[in-house]
Design a protein around this ligand. Structure first.
Ligand code: AMP
Length: 457
């Protein structure tokens, strides 16, 4: 019985504990429901706790945020002797991310993993007023997550000082370069102390990333993990090309199949979610919408009905879906495709939970074709097309002309959607993170080749 008493008196020896993480972080991970480290966490955390630089080839979805956030939180939890004399907390860790969505997510992750660490995290990004961000900075912050343009603006105005930065993370470096941020990144790096720990993460490692890495990293450990596609591959995905006006009819058609018994459907807008839920109800399918305009109690009620099975279709927006954790979702239906590829991965990950197989169906109208291309590049899969459905022809005839093909060469000006918002290669400020689908236009494409189901980088 010795064994039993030792397991009951000691904290659970999770895989995370064996990596050398401190108790406050382990408690936060337990609260998050993380049982075992993902491969990148298992490899990166010990190396980072030693203080080494890191070059990580990993995508969103692999658990890379915790892989860098946990060692940073652990390092920063150890107070520095001079810290007590400082007027306000100096920024000791800086994380640069290309988009505001990613920056916010990283900030949320730091807050979640660091909930018992007593550290302050802030996030700054363009496209919104800077007042609240400045006020937050004035209160002092140990960790700052930022997009490059807004960060440089705030540095220029004297709101941010980087002299005390000990750890610098460059996340999604390849996208940062794609979006034309390389000069901004280099300007930021030039302001950092030479003595620091530096981490660079990138989904792909083309030569320009290797060159950037060589110039900012010092004898880095190199870690590469399988792309998120390995997760996405577990889910049976398909796409239906359909005219926008036929999406509702196509959904009704699919719902005739009783196998779609617990369906999580996604729309891009709150209005779209309401409209779809109402229409489904009218057609006799129990449905509820869940989004930011609904009160907390209305959301909880909808979720409970979905969990109990009395609601067959829950229609959600991406934001509202964040907190949804329902087992046994038989199908995820992307009624609208997301304009942020990572949202697709998060959405479809809500089926096939806990190793179960899942099914994800996407509707794609003509205007959403570029989103699909972005998604396929991110998941490195060509999503199989179901052409044999009653609205396929209607979709073809009602479809407006296809948008121009996006440029593929280095000469591309980053405006591949044929829009004119000047977002691509523009050096203007406030453009970052404005990934509204019109705006997202990499300056240079990553070259992936379609070879059957799997796209290899
Ligand atoms: P990331 O690649 O950092 O965007 O993480 C992808 C998703 O995996 C996020 O929703 C995390 O909350 C989740 N996640 C990260 N690490 C773990 C883990 N060890 N166990 C379970 N989920 C995790």
């Amino acid at each position: 019985m010795t064994q039993l008493s030792s397991t009951t008196t000691l904290p659970p020896a999770t895989g995370f504990a064996s990596l050398g993480l401190a108790a406050p972080l382990l408690r936060a991970l337990a609260a998050e429901g993380y049982l075992e480290p993902t491969p990148i966490q298992a490899q990166a955390i010990p190396v980072l706790l030693e203080g080494r630089d890191l070059l990580g080839c990993a995508q969103t979805g692999t658990g890379k945020t915790a892989a860098f956030a946990l060692p940073i939180l652990q390092r920063l939890s150890q107070p520095r002797p001079e810290a007590s004399r400082a007027k306000r907390r100096p920024i000791r860790a800086l994380v640069l991310a290309p988009t505001r969505e990613l920056a916010s997510q990283i900030n949320d992750s730091f807050a979640a993993y660091g909930r018992h660490a007593g550290l302050v995290t802030s996030v700054v990004f363009g496209g919104v007023g800077q007042g609240p961000q400045v006020r937050q900075l004035q209160r002092g912050s140990d960790i700052l997550v930022a997009t490059p343009g807004r960060l440089l603006d705030l540095i220029g105005q004297g709101h941010v000082h980087l002299e005390q930065v000990e750890v610098f993370v460059l996340d999604e470096a390849d996208r940062m370069l794609d979006m034309g941020f390389v000069r901004d990144v280099r300007k930021v790096v030039a302001l950092l102390p030479a003595r620091r720990q530096t981490l660079l993460f990138s989904a792909t490692m083309p030569r320009d990333i290797e060159a950037l890495a060589a110039s900012i990293l010092n004898a880095p450990a190199r870690i590469a993990v399988a792309p998120v596609a390995t997760t996405a591959e577990k889910i049976a995905q398909s796409v239906y090309f359909v005219g926008r006006g036929d999406k509702g009819a196509l959904f009704r058609h699919l719902l005739r199949n009783p196998e779609l018994s617990r369906v999580l459907a996604f729309t891009r807008t709150k209005h779209g979610a309401n409209k779809l839920a109402l229409q489904l109800e009218k057609d006799g399918t129990p449905a509820e919408a869940i989004h930011g305009n609904k009160s907390q109690s209305a959301r909880e009620k909808a979720l409970a009905s979905f969990k109990s099975g009395s609601v067959r279709v829950l229609v959600a927006t991406d934001i509202a879906a964040r907190g949804i954790d329902v087992d046994g979702v038989t199908h995820v239906v992307n009624f609208d495709l997301p304009n942020v590829p990572e949202s697709y991965v998060h959405r479809i990950g809500r089926t096939a939970r806990a190793g179960a197989e899942g099914i994800a169906i996407s509707f794609c109208d003509a205007e959403e074709r570029p989103f699909l291309a972005d998604i396929e590049r991110t998941i490195r899969l060509a999503v199989p097309v179901v052409a044999d459905h009653p609205f396929s022809r209607a979709a073809a005839s009602s479809r407006p002309p296809m948008p121009p093909q996006r440029p593929t060469g280095p000469a591309a000006n980053g405006n591949g959607h044929g829009n004119s918002n000047g977002y691509g290669n523009s050096q203007g400020r406030g453009r970052e993170g404005v990934r509204n689908g019109e705006g997202r236009a990499p300056a240079k494409r990553r070259h992936t080749r379609r070879s059957g189901r799997s796209l290899s980088a």
